[in-house]
Structures are given as C-alpha cells and as structure tokens.
Design a protein around this ligand. Structure first.
Ligand SMILES: NC(=O)c1ccc[n+]([C@@H]2O[C@H](COP(=O)([O-])OP(=O)(O)OC[C@H]3O[C@@H](n4cnc5c(N)ncnc54)[C@H](OP(=O)(O)O)[C@@H]3O)[C@@H](O)[C@H]2O)c1
Length: 251
C-alpha cells in the first residue's frame, strides 16, 4: 500500500536482490519508494532483475547495481549511481553480510579478513558515504545479528565482525546531529534463509528453534515491517540495536 512518508523517496538496499534484502526492496517499493537494488555475485543478476521488476510492478521505481562492497571506490560508485539517477537519497538499508560457522581453531586468515571486510569495513563506509549524501530527515539501517546478545561458539568471527557496527551506529547518529537522520541496527535471530543454512551445523536449526518461546526460526517477514516503521513513524529511535528474534536472546 502506498505510504505518503515513503512515496517518491529513494532507498538503497545493499544485498537487496534476495532473501531479507529482496523482501525489503519489494516492501518499500510497494510503499512508493524508489529502490536501488544492490547485488554482489554476478550470478544474482537474474534475481536482481526480478526484484527490480517486482518493485516496479508494486508501484515503486527501481534499478539494479552490482558491486563488491569491500571496496570503498565501489561503495562510492554505487551511491553516486543512486544520487545520479534519482537526485536524492532518503535512506540506506545495509543488509550485506557474510557468515561461516567455524570453531576459532579452524578459522583461516582469509575467512577472518573476508568477514571483517564486509561485516565491518563495508558497513562503516556504506554508512559514511551515505551520510555525505543523505537527505535531512533520512535514515540509515544496518542488519547485524542477535548473536550479539548470545553466548555461543562457532560464530566468533561472524559476531565479532558485526559487533563494531554498533559503535559505528552510535557515533554516526551523534555526528548527524541537527539533521534528523536516524541511524540504527536491526538484529534478527537465526533466520530461515540460505545465509543461515550455509553456516548452520547439523542440529543447529533444532537448537535455535528450541531457544524461542514460539519454537520457530526468524523469518524475513518478521523483520520487514520494522524496516518500514523505522523509515517512517519510528524515526525517534536513534543509535540503537533492536533485537528481533521471537525471544531467542535479549540484552
Ligand atoms: N539469515 C540469518 O540467519 C541472519 C540472522 C541474523 C542476521 N542476519 C543478517 O541479515 C543480513 C541479510 O541476510 P540474509 O539472510 O538475507 O542473507 P543474504 O541474502 O545472503 O544476505 C547477505 C548479502 O550480502 C551480500 N554480500 C556478501 N558479501 C558481499 C560483498 N563482499 N560485497 C557485497 N555484497 C556482499 C550477499 O551477496 P552474495 O550472496 O552474492 O555474496 C547477499 O546479498 C546479513 O547482514 C546477515 O548478517 C542474517
């Protein structure tokens, strides 16, 4: 349904072609927003094109942009393509991320660097480059993880590389003082997408389900309404991390 608060507004969704990012792109487009659908792997071009088509069919406008976001040059290129096309930027929803669930003794240097490159460095510069271009009154949202509130093994490098984003968020929310830009994180619980299944160990699904009073994994549908809310009526939340996990973990 069109939403007057989002109609005609421009939103960059990193990782916006599939899974959670794909659902966010579609939902915001249905509210009338213009969406820059970022995707990473060239093999996802078809998915990105489908998401763009769905956004347009839903009543918004959209275009797809491929990029490797661990490069600051690429981040600038993406953001310049957004403002070049739409002339403004109301919000960035940064869903890009990487997770492999390995014990610390098995994490390689390359895996460590890859996690910090996308989960920390890319998040930092996506936020910073967004801040240089964003409209007054806009919003920046990062996807982090409910593992930031959990006490567990196997995800040291994933959770550890998401943790700095909370500090980036606090700092930027203060630095944007006077511009009414809200900067926040959403922290889903273990979520039923390929991202979870690629990282999960045998038995992890059952364990994760058992940790919530509802006995379910998080679904993208549980997260999407929060994105729309924080980009509209929920703007008063600032500098925070919201744990969205059906009771999996709290902090
Ligand atoms: N699923 C879960 O259990 C869960 C739980 C809590 C939080 N989260 C967070 O939620 C967000 C979305 O996850 P999802 O479940 O929807 O999975 P997803 O679709 O795999 O989202 C991750 C996105 O990041 C992109 N990406 C990875 N490396 C990149 C790079 N170097 N440069 C640019 N983009 C890159 C991926 O593209 P490629 O696939 O092409 O590499 C993908 O589009 C992630 O930030 C994740 O950490 C997920």
């Amino acid at each position: 349904m069109p939403d007057s608060a989002l109609s005609g507004k421009t939103v960059l969704v990193t990782g916006g072609a599939k899974n959670l990012g794909g659902a966010i792109s579609r939902d915001l487009a249905a509210a009338g927003a213009r969406i820059a659908v970022h995707y990473h792997s060239p093999s996802d071009k078809g998915l990105a094109d489908e998401t763009v088509a769905a956004c347009v069919a839903a009543g918004g406008d959209a275009f797809a942009v491929e990029a490797e976001l661990t490069s600051v040059t690429e981040i600038r290129r993406v953001l310049d393509s957004v403002t070049g096309r739409y002339g403004a930027l109301y919000a960035t929803v940064n869903t890009a991320g990487l997770a492999r669930g390995n014990p610390m003794t098995e994490v390689t240097e390359d895996e460590y660097d890859a996690h910090f490159a996308i989960n920390s460095k890319a998040a930092f510069f996506v936020m910073a480059e967004t801040a240089k271009r964003i409209d007054d009154g806009g919003a920046i949202l990062n996807l982090v993880s409910s593992l930031l509130a959990a006490y567990t093994g196997r995800y040291s490098v994933y959770a550890g590389s998401k943790a700095p984003v909370e500090h980036f968020t606090r700092a930027l929310s203060k630095e944007l003082a006077g511009r009414r830009v809200s900067v926040n994180n959403l922290a889903p619980g273990p979520m039923d997408t390929s991202f979870f299944w690629n990282a999960a160990a045998p038995g992890e699904e059952e364990f994760s389900r058992a940790q919530t009073p509802y006995g379910e994994l998080t679904k993208v549908e549980h997260i999407v309404p929060w994105v729309r809310f924080l980009l509209t009526d929920g703007w008063w939340l600032n500098g925070q991390t919201v744990f969205l996990n059906g009771g999996f973990a709290t902090r």
